[in-house]
Design a protein around this ligand. Structure first.
Ligand code: PEP
Ligand code: MN
Length: 333
């Protein structure tokens, strides 16, 4: 941390700063220039950061040098994270992992049809929400445990890993029993109790970016999970709020590049919630792959018009196959 003293500061004010640093276990390296005095502070920055040096008399500014997300940060890590989502399904390597399925888990027959379709298209992970974060309390809320059972059974039958959203700390244990991967929804990104709870498990966690979250806030949510000892964290860009209703959300392609340069975590893209229409799934997926996404999470259904949620942004199974085939040249570049 670098602390710059004001011009004309008093020695007693500098002493206060230095005492606070020592009290936090840090060391002071005072540089007295002709016009300014600067204190270069070394020590545990996570502790030093908690001291509001800017409010001290005589201090002009205090700037942290290290990233606040020390576990997620790429700096200090030799390699990008690469790990298994389920046996044989590796994310963060050369292969782009494809995850697809309905917004909400429906009946076993529909889930089976979806599983067959997505597997034939090259997907490795079956998605499906059993606990749904709906804007209206009168909309379909998901099948709950029944949905988890269907997701798990159908996933096993077809050799697909499974991902589902966890909305409540009370459901973590239940979902852990049924699914391979936890999804933290955009609306729950900063539910810190929930992040800590999934951080206590050892299952991979996809952290969706909040509707109006900065990239730093999003990364800090991944940091929460890492800080609890769970190393398998993925960040998911799914579009952010904008002023333009032409797309449901604004796909922030640059966020993928930024998150990948700031962190060692795999970064994935959900083109369905980003664009809000089945029409935009293909171009957004291509952009995502071109900019370095490690995986895609796509809503797919045999009959989107009959889907219990998010039908407009859900692609038909045949369309999913075309989209994935169309990605190959971009992925190969
Ligand atoms: C979903 O994946 O169906 C979902 C609700 O996503 P998000 O949290 O990104 O809105
Ligand atoms: Mn959805």
């Amino acid at each position: 941390m670098i602390i710059v003293m004001k011009q004309g500061y008093k020695e007693s004010e500098l002493d206060e700063v230095m005492n606070a640093v020592v009290g936090a276990g840090g060391q002071n390296h005072v540089i007295r220039g002709v016009k300014r005095t600067v204190v270069a502070v070394s020590g545990e920055e996570t502790v030093l950061r908690t001291i509001p040096f800017e409010t001290f008399e005589g201090v002009e500014s205090a700037t942290a040098i290290l990233k606040p997300y020390k576990l997620a940060s790429l700096e200090g890590h030799d390699e990008r994270s690469r790990f298994e989502l389920a046996p044989g399904v590796v994310v963060g390597g050369p292969e782009i992992v494809l995850m697809a399925g309905p917004c909400s888990v429906e009946c076993p027959e529909t889930m089976r049809e979806i599983a067959r379709g997505i597997k034939a298209a090259g997907c490795k992970v079956l998605r499906g929400g059993a606990f749904k974060p709906r804007t209206s309390p009168y909309d379909f809320q998901g099948l709950g445990e029944e949905g988890l059972k269907i997701l798990s059974e159908v996933g096993k039958e077809h050799g697909l890993a499974t991902i589902t959203e966890v909305m409540d700390t009370r459901d973590v244990e239940l979902i852990e029993r049924y699914a391979d991967i936890f999804q933290i929804g955009a609306r729950n990104m900063q539910n810190f109790s929930l992040l800590k709870e999934v951080g206590r498990t050892r299952k991979p966690v996809v952290v969706k970016r909040g509707l109006a979250a900065t990239i730093k806030e999003w990364i800090m949510c991944g940091e929460y999970i890492l800080a609890m000892g769970n190393p398998r964290v993925l960040l998911c860009e799914r579009g952010i709020r904008s002023f333009d209703p032409m797309t449901r959300n604004l796909f922030d392609a640059a966020a993928v590049a930024v998150a990948k340069s700031e962190t060692h975590l795999p970064v994935i893209v959900d083109p369905s919630h980003a664009g809000g229409s089945s029409k935009w799934v293909e171009p957004i997926s291509r952009a995502a792959v071109a900019i370095g996404a490690d995986a895609l999470l796509i809503e797919a259904h045999p009959h989107p018009e009959k889907a219990t949620s998010d039908g407009a942004q859900t692609v038909r199974l045949e369309h999913l196959d075309e989209i994935i085939n169309g990605l190959r040249p971009t992925a190969a570049d």
